[in-house]
Design a protein around this ligand. Structure first.
Ligand SMILES: O=C(O)CCC(=O)C(=O)O
Length: 323
């Protein structure tokens, strides 16, 4: 199914590679409940780590940000997967943590977000399984754990993190700060990129994920994008982007990056589930219950815990460009 949408927003996105749309999400009714869910995830995590002797206290008296930073430092791990809204790309077990809370589902299906997405993709919309929460820790707290979910993201195009079969899929990235994101705590940075641009060669790395080496990016053209909670950033699959490091002493930078696509096009990660979130033609196919969404992911986890998980990487680490 090809997309035939005409809208000024789509034109702007395709021309520049990015659009920041302010005041899309209600911080009180939509964002705050997500942060409350993450606080409960941290409660459970802290109790488990304390019971295993990995931390000396649950640090229950600390506010969320200070508590996560303290726990990450003391346990020597960022515990990303406990908060993440997708499965890892390998070593999936029957009990691999994943956070599939009602508040996250409400954000994923937020009508005001889907109204914007519809202006780009049209009315048949699915949520693509490439999606993450990033609780970006201060660089000093990361230690030897260079996890790009918790630290700086390297330069890349989102079209490079899915398989070739999705090269023509109109995957739209919707990046959502759950608090202030600025130059100090590590906001996003983009290189204005026309949608007709080629996918650059990426280098796969267990540490950074698929990335374009810094030397191959015209970094002087980078545009930093400070944003407030409630606003969203749209990127197309060819937009070259990274994020700045979190240089604060004691603050997190919290965001979700979600992806949507026209229903019926390849997701580029077929082993993971996609869900219809809006449909003019088949409204009965829309996933409206968080339980159905949760079950879709949990079934994928059970299946993948038994099967060999195919790699989602298409890039050659031995390419001379990666030397
Ligand atoms: O949130 C970040 O720091 C990076 C996000 C990103 O690069 C993406 O969503 O593709």
């Amino acid at each position: 199914m090809t997309v035939t949408v005409a809208s000024p927003l789509r034109d702007e996105l395709f021309r520049n590679g990015y659009v920041v749309v302010p005041d899309v999400i209600d911080p009180t009714t939509v964002i705050k409940p997500v942060l409350e869910e993450y606080a409960r995830v941290l409660d459970e995590l802290a109790a488990d780590l304390a019971a295993q002797g990995q931390i000396s206290s649950t640090y229950a008296h600390l506010p969320f940000e200070a508590r996560l930073i303290q726990i990450a430092k003391e346990s020597g791990s960022t515990h990303t997967q406990h908060f993440d809204v997708t499965l890892p790309q390998n070593n999936i077990r029957a009990d691999t943590p994943i956070h599939l809370g009602d508040a996250v589902f409400k954000l994923l299906t937020c009508p005001s977000v889907l109204d914007i997405v519809e202006q780009i993709l049209g009315p048949e919309i699915s949520v693509n399984p490439v999606q993450h929460v990033r609780l970006k820790l201060p660089a000093h707290a990361l230690g030897d754990d260079p996890d790009p979910m918790m630290g700086k993201s390297p330069w890349h195009q989102d079209g490079a993190v899915v398989l070739e079969e999705a090269d023509e899929t109109e995957i739209l990235t919707v990046w959502i700060p759950l608090g202030e994101a600025n130059e100090e705590n590590g906001c996003m940075r983009v290189i204005p990129t026309d949608r007709s641009a080629e996918l650059a060669n990426h280098c796969p790395s267990p540490v950074k994920g698929a990335h374009i080496p810094d030397a191959q990016v015209d970094q002087a053209a980078g545009v930093t994008l400070p944003m407030s909670a409630g606003s969203i950033l749209l990127l197309h699959t060819r937009t070259v982007h990274d994020s700045l490091p979190n240089r604060t002493a004691d603050r997190l930078r919290v965001s979700l990056d979600l992806r949507y696509q026209p229903t019926g096009q390849p997701s580029g990660r077929e082993q993971f589930p996609s869900f219809v979130v809006r449909s003019e033609t088949y409204p009965e196919r829309v996933t409206t219950e968080p339980t159905d969404w949760r079950n879709g992911w949990l079934e994928a986890r059970s299946r993948l815990a038994q099967d060999e998980v195919p790699t989602f990487n298409r890039w050659d680490p031995n390419s001379p460009l990666c030397a």
